[in-house]
Design a protein around this ligand. Sequence first.
Ligand code: UDP
Length: 329
Amino acid sequence: MNVLVVGGAGYIGSHCVRQLIAAGHRPVVLDNLVYGHRAAVAPGVAFHVADLGDEAAVRRVLVAEKIELVMHFAAYCYVGESVTDPLKYYFNNVSATLHLLQAMRAEKVTKFVFSSTCATFGIPARMPITEDLPQAPINPYGQTKLDVENALKSVALAHGFSFAVFRYFNAAGAAEDGTIGEDHHPETHLIPLAFAAATGRRGALQVFGTDYPTPDGTCLRDYVHVDDLSRAHIAVFGRLATPGAKFFYNLGTGTPTSVFEVIRAVETVTGKKVPYTLAPRRAGDPPELYADSSKAMRELAWQVKFKTIDPIVETAWRWHSAHPDGFGK
Ligand code: UDP
């Protein structure tokens, strides 16, 4: 299929582009390069620099590239920033996505795969998180993703869109060949920051909150490899043939891992100490989030290749140690 990957120069999008190629599809990237990196896109892939909110530009690309399905990864994703600058999140993550859907509607491209988040669940009543738990985000980032999920339900009903929503837990790791990986500016994510602390490229890592009701007092998260995530996106394609079909899947390994456990994994893999300080809780952080992904496993035959934190960190380190300056932008 001809697949438009919106945000294909970003972290998860660029990994998905490679998986699409490996699966025999033809990815086309649309990215405004605000956070994405041209160098992250596999060589030879059609690349359009445009904003997803630019309906005319998106329509041109949909037609020129004969797009059959759109995957949407382009979003701002910093929980803390979404608390301090919510309008930035509503404009980009919600408004711009509505323009993208409008462009698709106009050009009759009605298959859509959306990257959502476990942050839509807020502080769930129980763990692990199944798809049917109530969604009550506790930060604007999660709220904007939930808003799009809801818009999609109405759009599917009214205009015959078929769509799949994937709610990621903590995307982590890098391509196994070490050629692409995570490179955010600013970087706020735990694993890359732990590398930076271990290698002395930054000061000590701050551990945000050690008084959570968890075994070691730090937050529990479900770190899932970015290539495992990508494979689920492609596995759903066959189910989108029916107009109006809609699917929701949680994607994680199901293994809760604490901040201290991540630090230990980084120390094991790098052979270096991670200097850290204990800091207050970060606004918007739920104490624990981990997935029940049995629905994706059952319906999509999705299998997690990277089941524990050490091999995930290992792939991330392969990328970071070879590219300490990331893509160099
Ligand atoms: N975290 C931390 N120090 C940091 C960055 C993150 O202690 O410098 C913690 C954060 O509070 C959360 C976990 O690490 O519990 C994962 O955070 P990250 O920002 O990587 O992903 P998020 O869960 O926000 O998507």
